[in-house]
Design a protein around this ligand. Structure first.
Ligand code: ADP
Length: 727
């Protein structure tokens, strides 16, 4: 079974023309293929392997399955030729696997054919038969007639090996009977050789020799050394059987010589080291490929694992997120509900607070109003008693009473003021005034207090301050009076300075900085804030020693905040205090109608003998007012209601009317309104225990000329009377 057949050359001749005319689709594959073929011709198999493998790799890289199959089959055939049958089986099987995925081609048939040859070499006749049958089927389907003789030859060889001599002989004779076409010489020679083997097997040695010699003759035409070597050996063996030792020896020698030269040639084709090196490099490449595949797989696995982890993490995060959103939503709903409830509670609380604030304001208003009438009686009677030459001991008591009365009056007035500010009952006026004159007047009115405490009293006004300004001089007076009064009160043998400086003047807006500086007792640091709170005094001793209600600074702070400013206080105990604030006042070009300064003195001669109508329902007040007027030699008539007052006024002439506001029946305001319908000249002065809803402007609007608030300071009472009686 040691057949050495070089049929592959025929196949190369048959197929190469088809292959590379149609498949030069990639330059690189055909380039490597050509290089390999060049080296085949030169018998340089190391290079042949190298370039064929390159072609395979390239085709694989480019996913060109057909080229990969063709080049792999080629490598298989190369192995077969070099008698590396196991490798040939590997490669050819691999290439057939690739061809199977494609539509049938001549190369496919060729791969099966060579696999068949290899299996014959490996004595695996069943596998060989299958492969040859496959070759026949594919060739038939592709109508490749040229393959028929080769296929038939291989079938015959297999049959012979299987001892089916008759069938084999018939098949071989078919080939032998063909003409000696050049491309059939090898096949025919092989068929003759195979016939010889059958005859030898049947012990017909002469016949066998005859076939072998015919084969040898035909072989001589083609110089197929491999074939020749086999035939020579076969002849030697037949002679040996025929006991012709001499011939047997000479043919064996011929055979051995040829075999040796063939072996040398074969080794020249591919050095055993080269082959091993190539195999090793292939093994390495394969290993590298497997490793790469493994790594890729691992990487893919890692990646998919990572993706899995990420997905799980993402899902977890999303779940957490939606859970927390859900929770937040619930919390939000709850807190919304809570907020709603709190809101409702707050609305109720606000309403309650407003009610409470209103109730407090009403209460304070009522209390202060109700206190005024009896207080007026106390003040008035004290005044009257003091005027009636009291005894020395009585004088002391009466002075104390007068002090207490005055204190209470101031206190009630302050409470009313704060109450008004807090109830937003205060309106800021915008009238023309002369700031310098206002400050000078205030200073003059307080000179007495300064002298009493032996204080140097200075007023410094920046000349740059415009003379005419627009603002609320009454509120400003309140501020200055309180601050300067305090400064003078809490300073003895020291210095009190009122300083006004122009800070800026832009777009008719003057910013003026005021400082009220004293060198008095000072305020401890911890009290600097609280002195502005209601009823807060430095200490009880201070209160006892200096008097005061503890409401002055509260009023100052509140008025300043109404004017859009704030007060600053710097003080050191024993060194003095500085109260500072700034005011923005509009500059005015017009001459202000300066209200005449209220003199605190009155001319007795002016009021003496005048005739006054007193409209007052309270008996005590009637008595006090009457006495106070009579004490100054003023004539007076007292009536206790508004209706009567109107009637009296119609029929009589008075120099002045003192009209109580709160009267039984019609009010003093309504009565005045009625009187003004027929008498527009007689001065009517309102006397009122002023309340939260009353103010000077409101009363004047009914036609009254002035207002005396109860409880009144007797001197102020006379001053106002003299002012209106003078004309
Ligand atoms: P009072 O009517 O008691 O003066 P204020 O509100 O005007 O009420 O002042 C509150 C307290 O601040 C005072 O009792 C006093 O202790 C302190 N105070 C105010 N001004 C001065 C000042 N110029 N020097 C020292 N202490 C002052």
């Amino acid at each position: 079974m040691h057949l050495k057949i070089k049929f592959y050359l025929i196949f190369i001749f048959l197929f190469n023309s088809i292959l590379y005319s149609q498949h030069e689709e990639t330059d690189s594959i055909s380039y490597y293929n050509n290089l390999a073929n060049i080296h085949i011709k030169k018998n340089q198999y190391k290079e042949v392997f190298f370039y064929t493998q390159k072609a395979i790799n390239y085709a694989q890289e480019k996913a060109n399955t057909k080229e990969q199959a063709i080049q792999t089959a080629k490598l298989g055939r190369l192995y077969y030729n070099l008698k590396k049958y196991d490798d040939a089986i590997d490669k050819l099987t691999e290439s057939i696997g690739l061809f199977k995925t494609l539509s049938p081609t001549p190369e496919y048939a060729k791969a099966y054919y060579y696999l068949g040859l290899t299996y014959i070499e490996k004595a695996n006749l069943a596998a060989a038969e299958t492969c040859i049958n496959k070759t026949a089927a594919i060739s038939k389907a592709l109508q490749l007639k040229d393959n028929d003789n080769l296929i038939l030859l291989q079938k015959a060889i297999i049959n012979r090996e299987n001892k089916k001599y008759e069938l084999a002989s018939a098949q071989l004779n078919t080939i032998i009977s063909k003409s000696d076409a050049p491309n059939l010489i090898d096949t025919k020679a092989e068929a003759l050789y195979q016939m010889g083997l059958i005859e030898q097997q049947n012990n017909r040695y002469n016949l066998a020799l005859s076939y072998f010699n015919k084969a040898l003759n035909l072989n001589a035409k083609n110089q197929n050394s491999e074939q020749k070597s086999h035939i020579l050996l076969a002849i030697s063996l037949v002679y040996d059987k025929m006991l012709d030792k001499s011939n047997a020896y000479s043919y064996l020698k011929l055979h051995l010589n040829l075999k040796e030269s063939l072996a040398i040639a074969n080794n020249e084709k591919l050095g055993i080291n080269d082959y091993e090196a190539f195999k090793e490099s292939q093994r390495k490449i394969n290993q590298a490929r497997i490793n790469k595949k493994k790594k890729d797989q691992e990487r893919t696995e890692k990646f998919s694992r990572l993706i899995n982890y990420l997905s799980v993490a993402l899902i977890a995060i999303l779940s957490l997120l939606s859970f927390s959103l859900y929770k937040i939503n619930i919390i939000r709903k709850k807190s919304n509900l809570l907020l709603q409830e709190k809101n409702n509670e707050l609305i109720i609380a606000k309403e309650k607070a407003e009610k409470a604030s209103n109730a407090r304001a009403d209460f304070l208003s009522t209390v202060s109003h109700e206190l005024r009438t009896p207080l007026n009686a106390i003040n008035g009677i004290t005044h009257l008693l003091l005027e009636e030459n009291p005894k020395k001991a009585q004088l002391h008591y009466l002075s104390s009473l007068q002090y207490s009365g005055n204190y209470l009056t101031a206190f009630i007035n302050d409470i009313l003021e704060i109450n008004k500010i807090d109830s937003n009952k205060i309106e800021i006026e915008r009238i023309n005034f002369d700031l310098k004159k206002l400050l000078l007047d205030i200073k003059n009115s307080l000179n007495e207090v300064a002298t009493k405490n032996k204080n140097e009293f200075i007023l410094e006004i920046d000349n740059a301050i415009p003379t005419h300004l627009t603002g609320d001089p009454i509120k400003l007076s309140q501020i200055f009076m309180n601050l300067i009064n305090n400064a003078l009160k809490f300073t003895k043998n020291g210095k009190v300075s009122i300083i006004a400086k122009l800070k800026s003047l832009e777009n008719q807006k003057a910013i003026i900085a005021f400082d009220i500086i004293d060198t008095g007792i000072g305020i401890p640091e911890e009290k600097l804030e609280s002195v502005f709170d209601s009823f807060s005094q430095g200490s009880t001793e201070i209160n006892r020693k200096y008097g005061g209600t503890g409401l002055g600074l509260t009023i100052v702070k509140k008025i300043l905040s109404l004017l859009g400013s704030e007060i600053h206080l710097k003080s050191n105990v024993g060194e003095g205090s500085t109260f500072s604030f700034e005011l923005a006042l509009t500059v005015n070009e017009q001459q202000p109608e300066q209200a005449p300064v209220q003199e605190n003195i009155f001319d007795l001669s002016k009021i003496k003998g005048k005739n006054i109508l007193v409209v007052e329902d309270n008996k005590i007040n009637q008595m006090i007012t009457k006495r106070m007027l009579e004490n100054r030699e003023i004539l007076c008539e007292v009536i206790d209601n508004g209706e009567e007052a109107i009637e009296v006024m119609k029929n009589n002439k008075y120099d002045l009317v003192l009209m109580d506001v709160h009267l039984p029946g019609i009010n003093g305001t309504i009565a005045t309104e009625e009187i003004r319908k027929f008498d527009t000249t007689t001065p009517i002065i309102a006397m009122t225990a002023i309340s939260l809803n009353e103010n000077r402007e409101m009363l004047l609007s009914y036609g009254m000329n002035d207002v005396i608030t109860k409880p009144f300071i007797p001197n102020d009472f006379y001053v106002i009377l003299s002012k209106h009686l003078a004309n």
